[in-house]
Design a protein around this ligand. Structure first.
Ligand SMILES: O=C(O)[C@H](CS(=O)(=O)O)OP(=O)(O)O
Ligand SMILES: [Mg+2]
Length: 252
């Protein structure tokens, strides 16, 4: 239950819920390193990342630039390089859940570079806990936050300078779900379905897309794992963490 709301210009800055202080910020609005960060990119980076794990990927290296992604691929030819936008020389895949869902990624390392999602994760790389999320891993993400009993969580709303409604709706849903397990997702999913990103994907404005991408990005709790990003040497690496169904259990 909400104890108080501190509303900014967009009414989305800070909500204090049952002891959890939540901030919703765009990437450029991050002024300090958060303790706990949930980086949200529904369409499509972290829906794609979840599908990569579902298709067997061992880990995802989040690249800071196209050149870095290509350099990593050159150093590790067996890795799978993935970027958003149209297919490009040197890359093996695009940022589309519809296209990735039939890939065999068993044991592979994926290098991912996108416009918003991967940039948002790298912006909070020094946080003590970084989760990457979309609707497909919403409950597992909320459950991990619940087990941590964090006082404060910063949600990084990656799209459109923090205004992307599919990302903001998902962030608000996860935040609510941490403290109110029975939260109905319908209104949040409706907002995401009506977002500019969904329209652009449906209209073919965004390249490297499959007709099922929007629907796949709106599959609530499709996967039982949260996605945790940590620094491994110089690389920011994303891995799945399957969450037990009881909030009293520790994550495996
Ligand atoms: O692939 C996407 O949907 C977007 C890229 S763009 O908005 O189409 O340029 O990237 P993401 O980082 O997944 O939001
Ligand atoms: Mg996006």
């Amino acid at each position: 239950m909400c104890r108080s709301i501190i509303a900014g210009r967009t009414g989305r800055v800070c909500t204090i819920m049952s002891g959890m202080d939540t901030h919703f910020l765009g990437i450029t609005e991050l002024v300090e390193v958060p303790s706990v960060a949930v980086v949200v990119d529904v369409m499509r980076a972290f829906t794609v990342a979840a599908w990569a794990f579902a298709r067997g990927a061992e880990k995802i290296v989040l690249a800071g630039s196209l050149n870095e992604a290509l350099a990593l691929k050159a150093r590790h030819p067996e890795w799978v390089a993935l970027k958003d936008g149209p297919p490009a020389a040197g890359f093996d895949a695009v940022n589309s859940p519809g296209l990735l869902r039939s890939a065999d990624l068993g044991g592979r390392t994926v290098v991912q570079k996108t416009t918003a999602g991967t940039v948002g994760a790298l912006a909070v790389k020094d946080a003590s806990l970084v989760l990457c999320a979309g609707f497909v891993v919403a409950e597992a993400t909320a459950r991990l936050l619940r087990t941590r009993r964090s006082d404060g969580v910063t949600f990084v709303v990656t799209g459109e300078g923090g205004r992307a409604d599919e990302d903001l709706a998902c962030a608000q849903y996860i935040a609510r779900r941490v403290t109110e397990a029975g939260t109905d997702a319908a209104e949040f999913l409706r907002r995401a379905a009506g977002s500019r990103a969904a329209a652009e994907l449906a209209q073919g404005v965004r390249q490297g897309a499959h007709p099922d991408d929007v629907a796949l990005c709106l599959e609530l709790d499709r996967f039982p794992f949260a996605m945790v990003a940590t620094l491994e040497g110089p690389l920011m690496v994303l891995r799945p963490r399957t969450m037990p169904s009881s909030v009293n259990e520790d994550p495996v």
